[in-house]
Design a protein around this ligand. Sequence first.
Ligand code: NAD
Length: 420
Amino acid sequence: IGTGYVGLTTGACLAHLGHDVVCADIDEEKVAGLSRGEVPIVEEGLGDLVVEGIANGRLRFVVGSFEAVSDCQAAFLCVPTPQGGDGSVDLSFIETAAAEMAEAMPPDALVVNKSTVPVGSTQVVERVMQRRDVAVVSNPEFLREGSAVQDFLFPDRIVIGSDDRAAAEKVASFYDSVEAPVLITDPASAETIKYASNAFLATKLSFVNALAAVCEGVGADVNDVVKGLGYDRRIGHQYLQPGPGWGGSCFPKDTSALLHIAESGGYDFRFLGGVIAVNEEQFSRVAEKARHAAGGALAGSTVAVWGLTFKAGTDDMRDSPALSVIDRLLADGATVRAFDPTVAAHRGGLDERVEVGTDPLAVCGGAHVLMVLTEWSEFADVEPDDVAALMAGRGLVDTRNLLDRDAWTGRGFDYYGIGR
Ligand code: NAD
């Protein structure tokens, strides 16, 4: 139920594993496109699996959950769980979907909560559905956008939360052909594992960004520091790349939700509050670098931005750090032109004043500062001379430490990286 990043990946992968899958969405246009094999998001390998599923008859798409669940053994809830006004989780999509499914589900079917939901949501779904024969099981999803298919088919672990052992084992059986440790817990623990994972990853990123600030202060190079740090097997290299701050559709809302969950459990999770605060500071630190690169003030300057998505490999701009940085540049009076390989035209979330260009060089004309905000590898292939010939200034802020610093400074650019 829900054919977004998680629902479509889940549906297409379960069909690939040999199950019969019906994917439901309330977006009629999306369903029509998917039925023709048109995948509306950028996600490696997903299009092939959708086409494969349609061709072998294991995968189809319908409007609304009612039809999808009428003949199912299990319904995977993959609807949004956005942040509510007070930072807690808005469960209205879950409740609406559960109410729709309640009347149509056959006896003894299962509801599997794949959406990221706070502790207690299993009971919320049970309460809404009022179906004693239908067990509600938590099965949080850990896929990363950009490698969603790979992550689903080759996960680090499968977590299943239920007080009903038979129901949990039934859900585990859907993943029989997936090789991964299966952890069966109570629902509260499964729900907590998901938030804990995202909060820990966000912590690593805030840690490395704070460390980058230390490196700048003492003249160390964070790239080398992180290399040395990561060789420690207790620490590892992953999620230790400094950047413009973390974002995306999950980390901001999930860290905020965990603060609320902790509070409702009687604990003031100040540490996590610090992780979030360091991230907000990072957006401002990056904007400050742009100010320096522009010669002290951004008013009247033009900034060319490379990268809008929250990371490379996806077209998702939801809560992208690029947008948080761009908002600060605009507030300072800069004119911003941006290019991203997956963003063809202006769209939601991006300030209307930002002009979107069609190639990296097109946005550089007359710019005083160039900023790299997403780590698309193709940006590293652009010739510094080609950019220099177009720009009015020589400011360069590389928030992903992606470009060859020596090559760009050698061409006269005033290079600002992160933590170097
Ligand atoms: P999304 O916004 O990409 O997709 C959600 C889909 O659900 C949309 O297509 C929407 O139209 C549909 N929908 C809403 N209400 C519906 C209803 N009543 N019936 C049928 N369809 C309905 O969301 P997403 O990024 O796939 O995230 C879904 C959940 O998974 C969230 O809880 C999220 O936190 C969690 N999650 C996301 C990721 C990720 O990387 N995106 C990873 C792990 C977990």
